[in-house]
Ligand binder design. Sequence first.
Ligand SMILES: *[C@@H]1O[C@H](CO)[C@@H](O)[C@H](O)[C@H]1NC(C)=O
Ligand SMILES: *[C@@H]1O[C@H](CO)[C@@H](O)[C@H](O)[C@H]1NC(C)=O
Ligand SMILES: *[C@@H]1O[C@H](CO)[C@@H](O)[C@H](O)[C@H]1NC(C)=O
Ligand SMILES: *[C@@H]1O[C@H](CO)[C@@H](O)[C@H](O)[C@H]1NC(C)=O
Ligand SMILES: *[C@@H]1O[C@H](CO)[C@@H](O)[C@H](O)[C@H]1NC(C)=O
Ligand SMILES: *[C@@H]1O[C@H](CO)[C@@H](O)[C@H](O)[C@H]1NC(C)=O
Ligand SMILES: *[C@@H]1O[C@H](CO)[C@@H](O)[C@H](O)[C@H]1NC(C)=O
Length: 429
Amino acid sequence: MRTQLLFLLISLLVLNSESLNCYENNPRGRPSDLRVFHISSPCSPFKKKPNTVSWESTLLQDKARLQYLSSLAVKSSVPIASGRAIVQSPTYIVRANIGTPAQPMLVALDTSNDAAWVPCSGCVGCASSVLFDPSKSNSSRTLPCEAPQCKQAPNPTCTVSKSCGFNMTYGGSAITASLTQDTLTLASDVIPNYTFGCINQATGTSLPAQGLMGLGRGPLSLISQTQNLYMSTFSYCLPNSKSSNFSGSLRLGPKFQPLRIKTTPLLKNPRRSSLYYVNLVGIRVGNKIVDIPTSALAFDPATGAGTIFDSGTVFTRLVEPAYLAVRDEFRRRVKNANATSLGGFDTCYSGSVVFPPVTFMFAGMNVTIPPDNLLIHSSSGNTSCLAMAAAPNNVNSVLNVIASMQQQNHRVLIDVPNSRLGISRETCT
Ligand SMILES: *[C@@H]1O[C@H](CO)[C@@H](O)[C@H](O)[C@H]1NC(C)=O
Ligand SMILES: *[C@@H]1O[C@H](CO)[C@@H](O)[C@H](O)[C@H]1NC(C)=O
Ligand SMILES: *[C@@H]1O[C@H](CO)[C@@H](O)[C@H](O)[C@H]1NC(C)=O
Ligand SMILES: *[C@@H]1O[C@H](CO)[C@@H](O)[C@H](O)[C@H]1NC(C)=O
Ligand SMILES: *[C@@H]1O[C@H](CO)[C@@H](O)[C@H](O)[C@H]1NC(C)=O
Ligand SMILES: *[C@@H]1O[C@H](CO)[C@@H](O)[C@H](O)[C@H]1NC(C)=O
Ligand SMILES: *[C@@H]1O[C@H](CO)[C@@H](O)[C@H](O)[C@H]1NC(C)=O
C-alpha cells in the first residue's frame, strides 16, 4: 500500500516535472518529437495576461486568418490590412535551433503556410529582442538570385548584391527578407542547408515574434525540404489552452506514429496547393444527420472549395448554410433553454444544460467532438457557447476550416505518401 502510494507520488512528480520542462524536446525519448506550447503557456515568453485575450479578439484574429487562407487562392491578392492591428494568431510554438553554433528560436507552427522565416539581426521593425544573427553562424549562406529556391519564394527579387530577396504579407503585417540557408536542428535531427527567410524589414504587429515554421504542402515548406528525412509524414497533438502547464508534441517522420488511428483520404486542391484538404461529407448533431446543402461541403478543385485542417484558426468555421443548419439543430436539442449571444458567438447558454454531441463525418471516418472541444466557457459567470461560427460573408472563400480548438487533445496525422489524414484521441502532455 505504502509502496503503491510512494510510486503514485513519484510518478506524479515525474509527470509534473516533465510537463513543466520548457527547454527539452524529445518527450518520452522519441528523437523526432518537438514539444508544442500554447502561446499562453508558462513556457511561452509571449504569454499575455489572461484577461487581455477576449473571445471577441480571437474571433477577429480568426477573421483575418480566414481572409488570409482564402487569399491563397488568388496569388496576387493581398489580405486586407484594417486600421486596427489584426493579430493573426500564431497559437502554438516550438523550439528550433538555427545555425552553427545553434541559436535557439521559438517559432510558430503554421500548417497552412509554406514559408519559414525568422527575424534577423539588423532587422528594421522586428518586435523581437531575440534575433537570428547569420554572421555568428559558420554554416549560413545567402542564396544567389539564380538558386532554384528563389523562384519558389513569394515575390522574389534580385538585390543589388545579386542575392535572392523576397517579400510577403502575413495577417496585417509585411516582411522583406533575404533567402538564406543554414543548418536547422529540430529535437535531435540535424537538417543541413535548410532554406528560410531572414527578415530584414517588418511592418505591422501580426508577426509571430521569433518566426514562423510553415508545415504546408508547397515546395519551400519544412515538409518538402525534409522529404528524405521525414517522408512528408508528421503528426501533432495540440494541448488545451486552459491546461497551461501541458505541452503537446509535433512528431516528425513515419517512426512512432500511431498504428491504430482512424483515417480519411487527404486531398490536394490545386487552387490552394499549400493546404491539407479532407472530404467532409456530413455533420451529425446527437444522432441526427443535419440537412446541409451538398454544395456547402463539396470539395471543388476548380474553386478551391472544401474542408481543411488548420492549426492557425482557433474556432471551426463552416460556410454559412452549413453553420446555420448545425446551429439550429444544436439549439433544437438543448431542451428548456433559449440561446443567447456573447462575444461573437450566437449559441450560448447559462447554467447547467445538457449539450448534444457533434460528429464530423469525413469520408470513411467519423469524429465525435468531446464537450471540451465543442464549448467555450466564459471566464466570468457560467455561460457556455458553441465554439464555432459561420465563415465571414465578405470572404468569398467557400472554405470550411476545422480549427485548433476542435483539434486539441487529439493526435492529427498527416501522411502525404499514403494520402491520408488520421485522428485519434490523446491527452497532449
Ligand atoms: C563551425 O562552428 C562549430 C562550433 O561552433 C565548429 O565545431 C566547426 O568546426 C565550425 N566549422 C567550420 C567550417 O568552421
Ligand atoms: C515586394 O515584391 C514586389 C514584387 O517583386 C515588388 O513590386 C514590391 O516593391 C516589393 N515590396 C517591398 C516592400 O519590397
Ligand atoms: C550544403 O550546401 C553547401 C554549399 O552549397 C554544400 O557544399 C554542401 O554539400 C551542402 N550539404 C548538404 C548536406 O547538402
Ligand atoms: C502551472 O505551474 C505553475 C508553476 O510553474 C503553478 O504555479 C501553477 O499553479 C500551475 N497551473 C496549473 C493549472 O496547474
Ligand atoms: C424561450 O423563449 C420563448 C419565446 O420567447 C419563451 O416562451 C420561453 O419561455 C423561453 N424559454 C426559456 C426556458 O426561457
Ligand atoms: C449561473 O446560472 C444560474 C442558473 O441558470 C443563474 O441563476 C446564475 O445567475 C448564474 N450565475 C452567473 C454568475 O451568471
Ligand atoms: C458515420 O456515421 C454514419 C451515420 O451515423 C454512419 O452511417 C457511417 O457508417 C459512419 N461511418 C463510419 C466510417 O463509421
